[in-house]
Design a protein around this ligand. Sequence first.
Ligand code: SAH
Length: 397
Amino acid sequence: MAQLILLPGKERSAFKQHHPWLFAGSVGRLEGRARPGDTVEVLADNLRPLGRAAYSPQSQIRARFWTFDADESVDDAFFKRRIAAAVERRQALPDLRGQQGLRLIHAESDGLPGVIADQYGDTVVVQLTSAGADKWRKAIVAGLLKATGCARIYERSDSDVRGLEGLEPTTGWLHGAAPATVLAIKENGVKLAVDIVGGHKTGFYLDQRDNRALLGQLAAGKDVLNCFCYTGGFSLQALAGGAASVLSIDSSGPALAQAQANLALNPQLPAQRAEWREADVFQALRDFRKDGRLFDLIVLDPPKFAPSAAHAERAARAYKDINVLGCRLLKPGGLLMTYSCSGGIGLELFQKIVAGAAHDAGREARIVRRLAGAADHPIALNFPEGEYLKGLLVQVD
Ligand code: SAH
């Protein structure tokens, strides 16, 4: 095994905090040969062993720790153990037990950097985003089959971040095959179709499950505006919760078509109260303002405006813009449910942006609840970067 030897003082975050990333700037030298994804032994500059990591020569994140136990082998049995532990962790939480749509592995936060696995019924969709994860594809598949007993596994390794690791996009069945690639799950009592081949991420935004349920609890009798609705997850919960009307906006035609198909899967819901609009949210909100249209409850769940800290400034302006408009379109006492899923925008900054937005809209407002991802998207305490999704429920005077 090759050895990756750190520069003096650069062992601190690994040694003291068990942070799983080693940046290029911390690395002194590589002794021996290692190809992308190979396991290397990581040593402090005084040659004290720190653990074992996946080597990624193309990435700024030069290595990701698999283990901080310098004696633990990284082999098939390692992946079997880590995957079983991730699945058991979810089984131990009553909210997650029996969910048909469930994130089984949340990468670094489950001790498996670069590995994402989402279960939809008896199908698991995996996304491998790092050179190390890519290399251990077979062991990961075997571990998932053993831990879940699922019938089939599909790979959706087509995320942009693979490029940073020098990896090509890869998709296709890794085990078994489904007759159809649009699968059905039930979430919070509502049926939803998930397109594992053409949908975003692995097909669905499982992280918002609890927040969609919360919207349902708030929606009775309300005029709801759901911005960036994707396949209608929030919209359907609002209808189930007794909303007076639900207007949903997305710029993607296929997402809206899927949203309407999802509504049709739920004949118990009052379809006549739902309106769908294909539009740019920024423009649509300005148009509502011009028309004097107001709402009781507005959801803003935009895509990642800032994939990394480098985009934070531009992203902050975009978040501010939609939140100003959102505040202006609320009736007095209305609720704004607003999110950022940008890794580059921290909780504190996001709250400042929303505060600035309320101020610019000329409205007093208060946070009545802080919102986050569901429990199957945990944030390992040694990996604060895992807190990508943050939200605020704001009541606007
Ligand atoms: N709230 C959704 C997930 C939203 S994902 C859920 O719970 O499932 C973000 C969505 O924003 C995507 O569907 C994308 O098509 C849409 N989108 C991106 N930019 C947009 C824009 N400028 N206007 C409208 N929709 C946009």
